[in-house]
Design a protein around this ligand. Structure first.
Ligand code: NAG
Ligand code: NAG
Length: 358
């Protein structure tokens, strides 16, 4: 019995090593993750802002293609990147918004979503929207969920469950959009050092498998292209800022993985994935790379948010951008796929599927 088991384990290990090299998933050691926790801004929100007083609420036509119908609480026509990744990892339901009154009981054992549109790493970011849950507060809320889980299943089981969960963090775009400083380096250091304290707190609360997304190339957004009256790459100072932030974020995550035992902080390069998608949009079967599908004014539909008065493009699958800032579900599907199964040019040190199975 023992020897057969050992042989099986050896075969499995070999399959796993080969599969990792070829970047194909295997069920050999499929330790499923227990829960999926989401932190972030409008790129991954699923409805927290419906419970606070804010301008940043996704109304119709947002969610127009969402299976459960609009309003979906999401700033896109259907699913977010986090939704798609959750499905791919085998979750039957999306992690529910923390502030929804029915997010309690056994539901929280599968994960919770704390994301809030307009929010940032720094507390003042997104002030213009009114209410929002900044990253510090999202981490506080997670600490509350953790206490609830401990009281439901006991501390040892809670710890095991939380350590085997996936943490998806997509925040930072509002920290850069509200930039008034010209001292980029100093500004970026401030954001990254704040983020470091938040990520370390997550580790102290038993998070171990943590995915952090990089910041988008700002100059791709219909909003930026339209307000600057120029082509794709003219917003170069803002693009430089995003690049500077991303390189500092990447080395922070490498440091954290080295310093915090048992942790893996994955750098998921949203910038690189979307850059590839936009540069090669035709080969991905899109027709419009920089034009908002839900639009009212602006040469690229970038000067007005997606509201009921807007026009919607007839075929949502042909547009990379849903509105002046957010991608369509079709674009999100491609991004999610690259982050789940892609190579080191998009996600490092391992991809999300490898992280989930680790
Ligand atoms: C593990 O995840 C797969 C999908 O990736 C799912 O089909 C399966 O039911 C899950 N197993 C357990 C034990 O949760
Ligand atoms: C990691 O540890 C080294 C050595 O103790 C320290 O210099 C560095 O600041 C730490 N980095 C992080 C991100 O904690």
């Amino acid at each position: 019995m023992g020897t057969i088991w050992n042989k099986l384990m050896t075969i499995c290990l070999v399959i796993e090593i080969i599969a990792n090299h070829l970047r194909v998933p295997t069920i050999c050691f499929a330790h499923n993750i227990t829960a999926f926790f989401v932190f972030g801004d409008s790129l991954v929100e699923v409805g927290n802002n419906n419970y606070i007083n804010t301008l940043a609420k996704p109304v119709f036509p947002n969610g127009i293609d969402f299976p459960k119908g609009a309003p979906s609480g999401r700033f896109t026509n259907s699913r977010t990147i986090a939704d798609i990744i959750e499905e791919e990892l085998g979750f039957k339901d999306y992690a529910p918004p923390f502030l929804a009154p029915n997010t309690n009981g056994d539901l929280i054992l599968k994960g919770v979503n704390y994301a809030s549109s307009g929010s940032g790493i720094l507390q003042p970011s997104g002030l213009i929207f009114g209410g929002r849950i900044c990253m510090d507060k999202q981490v506080d809320y997670f600490a509350k969920t953790r206490q609830d889980i401990i009281s439901r299943i006991g501390a040892p089981a809670a710890q095991a469950m939380l350590r085997n969960s996936l943490y998806f963090v997509m925040i930072g775009s509002n920290d850069k959009l509200t930039l008034f400083s010209f001292d980029f380096n100093h500004y970026v250091d401030g954001v990254v050092s704040k983020f470091k304290s938040q990520l370390t707190t997550l580790y102290n609360l038993d998070a171990r498998k943590i995915v952090v997304l990089s910041s988008l190339k700002v100059g791709f957004m219909p909003f930026e292209i339209d307000i600057h009256f120029c082509g794709q790459d003219c917003v170069s100072p803002l693009n430089k800022l995003a690049k500077l932030y991303n390189s500092k974020l990447k080395s922070l995550l490498e440091d954290l993985t080295k310093n915090l035992s048992g942790s893996t902080f994955v750098y998921a390069d949203y910038y690189a994935v979307v850059e590839d998608l936009i540069n090669n949009y035709r080969s991905y079967d899109f027709e419009k790379a920089n034009h908002a599908c839900c639009e009212l004014i602006g040469r690229h539909g970038g000067l007005f948010p997606c509201l009921p008065v807007c026009r919607i493009c007839p075929d949502r699958t042909k547009y990379v951008f849903w509105d002046p800032f957010h991608l369509t579900e079709s674009a999100n599907l491609i991004v999610a796929k690259q982050l789940l199964d892609g190579g080191l040019e998009y996600v490092s040190p391992i991809n999300i599927r490898q992280l989930a199975n680790s």
